[in-house]
Design a protein around this ligand. Structure first.
Ligand SMILES: C[S@@+](CC[C@H](N)C(=O)[O-])C[C@H]1O[C@@H](n2cnc3c(N)ncnc32)[C@H](O)[C@@H]1O
Length: 196
């Protein structure tokens, strides 16, 4: 099994501002998903958060129990300076696979595609272990493959369905109608639930 991309790799991408994945704000599908939640006590995690726009939005909406996690310290430090009100104790500098915790909701935004595909079964198992019974994993996935070597590592509906259906109920996995223009027609929005 090849190695997971290192902290140094991701930090140098941020240092060189080679961050084509970063859309500069929360994406519309995730914003709309958060907007319809009424329980502000939910414990939310954004793994591989980078600049953490989803967490910034969630905190501002009143989800005070929101956490971010990244293997690279660089974007987390940016996030801390940009969001001084976001509790430091809710910013985790750690490899996702070494993290432990229990969350009601985990948000996926260009994190799975950052991991070499052979890590996907581990990603699914780890997500399951981090989600409370009845909790959800919600977000976006590329519904395409890429010509250049990853990251990003792409995929398609059937692969994701096979991957997730062993561990989660797939409540929704469908072509996303409100992607950013560059990803329109190549993205899936999904809602997965862990059994009670
Ligand atoms: C493609 S970027 C996406 C960042 C952010 N979600 C966004 O959309 O702007 C992938 C992020 O995952 C982080 N990452 C990669 N492998 C990781 C791991 N094993 N554990 C935690 N974070 C990781 C990287 O440092 C990077 O910030």
């Amino acid at each position: 099994m090849s190695n997971i991309l290192s902290e140094d790799y991701w930090t140098s991408r941020y240092q060189q501002n080679s961050i084509g994945w970063d859309v500069g704000e929360i994406t519309e599908p995730i914003k709309q998903y958060l907007d319809q939640i009424e329980n502000f006590r939910l414990k939310i995690l954004v793994p591989g958060a980078g600049n953490g726009y989803e967490a910034q939005y969630a905190l501002k909406k009143g989800f005070l129990n929101t956490y971010i996690l990244d293997i690279s310290f660089f974007p987390l430090q940016n996030f801390h300076f940009t969001n001084p009100d976001f509790p430091r104790s809710q910013i985790h500098h750690i490899d996702f696979f070494d993290h432990s915790g229990q969350y009601d909701l985990i948000i996926e935004q260009t994190f799975l595609c950052a991991l070499p595909p052979e890590f996907r079964p581990q990603y699914v198992k780890k997500m399951k272990s981090l989600i409370k019974p009845g909790g959800k994993l919600v977000g976006l996935l590329f519904n395409r493959h890429f010509q250049n070597p990853g990251p990003p590592f792409g995929g398609e509906f059937g692969e994701y369905k096979n991957l997730f259906e062993k561990e989660f109920h797939i409540l929704k996995m469908e072509e996303c109608y409100n992607s950013i223009p560059a990803r329109q027609g190549h993205e899936l929005f999904f809602i997965l639930q862990k059994s009670q």
